[in-house]
Design a protein around this ligand. Structure first.
Ligand code: ADP
Ligand code: MG
Length: 330
């Protein structure tokens, strides 16, 4: 079966100019995404986690060519990165995105109806005004908004409701893939579960594949089939959810997992937190070899010399010394 999306060696580099730098001086390079490969099958949800700055949003944007990237993004076998603009626009209807900041991602001068209708007008310009309105109202109802709120403005809605507007806008063109970039990070905890449950329902009803980005493993646990862990632009581990949560192989995954609360109080008390040593290194000057080594309790001289390859197929880990965390098990 051809995967719906297959990213191969995707990399994104930003040129950084410091303030006051002479225009002829070469800018510094910041590689925000390095050699990322993964597959997403139809109907599957891939969770992507990693602390802030690990390249998750850059990766999401590169997939839909909101940022220039190198490598390949195969969508049903066709490389999006080399498609002529007109064909890319047609494909954009199939891959829609929901953004982190519900207020910033909605134009404050547009009504909800105009916001939700925008992708329809772009991709289906022949639709009549009445048809557009009817479809918008059906979609508003579907995401839990009242169809009679169609003429309201974003500032009249709560954060959770704004995220529902963003979801309606993304789904109105019936995409095959929905990329959600930290869709609940800006919301109160009490609202987060409502929005995640809504996305889970919509995914089932629309037969969607999803990429669900979060900085926290607990947020992706419920909704993901697979989870990919990123650190400083690189994939550390990529595995079916059950395997990743039951037996994480990478020390970074183990540290992230140790921060997820366990509902059973006795197990929660017995659990050891794995603290990450030191600070996230500057992405402008990443460590040699394994980028995680400066914060890794397992690091050996080899880790500074050689970049570990992501090995293991569907249960992959990029570590010279992968395996269960024996220290944490005491
Ligand atoms: P995440 O979403 O995981 O928090 P990002 O993809 O936003 O990470 O950022 C990854 C790295 O790329 C960070 O070091 C960030 O500062 C840098 N970065 C992101 N966008 C830009 C940009 N437009 N110009 C320069 N650097 C950027
Ligand atoms: Mg981000």
């Amino acid at each position: 079966m051809t995967p719906l999306i297959e990213a191969r060696n995707l990399s994104v580099t930003f040129a950084i100019r410091r303030e006051g730098q002479m225009p002829w001086a070469a800018p510094k390079q910041l590689q925000a995404v390095k050699d990322v490969s993964f597959t997403l099958n139809a109907g599957e949800t891939l969770g992507i986690v990693g602390e802030s700055g690990s390249g998750k949003s850059t990766l999401a944007r590169a997939l839909i060519r909101m940022l220039p990237a190198t490598g390949k993004v195969l969508f049903a076998g066709t490389d999006l990165l080399t498609l002529p603009p007109a064909q890319m626009l047609a494909r954009r209807a199939d891959i829609q995105m929901v953004f982190q900041d519900p207020f910033a991602s909605l134009d404050p001068r547009m009504t909800v109806g105009q916001i939700v209708a925008e992708p329809l007008r772009t991709h289906y310009p022949h639709l009549s005004a009445a048809e557009v309105k009817a479809r918008v109202q059906v979609m508003m109802d579907r995401v839990g908004l009242l169809p009679n709120q169609i003429n309201r403005y974003p500032h009249e809605f709560s954060g959770g409701q704004c995220q529902r507007i963003g979801i309606a806008r993304a789904l109105i063109v019936e995409p095959k893939v929905l990329i959600c970039d930290e869709p609940v990070s800006a919301l109160d905890v009490s609202i987060q579960a409502q929005v995640i449950n809504l996305l889970a329902d919509l995914r089932r009803d629309f037969g969607l594949a999803m990429i669900f980005i979060a900085h926290d493993l607990s947020v992706v646990k419920h909704i993901s089939d697979r989870v990919m862990v990123m650190y400083l632009g690189k994939v550390m581990e990529d595995a079916p959810k059950a395997d990743l949560f039951a037996a994480p192989q990478h020390p970074y995954t183990q540290a992230l997992l140790s921060a997820v609360p366990i509902p059973n109080p006795a197990a929660e008390r017995a659990k050891k937190m794995i603290a990450l040593e030191g600070e996230l290194p500057s992405p402008m000057a990443p460590p040699s070899g394994c980028v995680f080594r400066t914060r890794c309790a397992r690091a050996q001289p080899l880790c500074a010399q050689q970049v570990p390859a992501l090995l293991g197929g569907s249960r992959a880990v990029a570590c010279h010394f992968p395996g269960p965390d024996t220290a944490a098990q005491g």
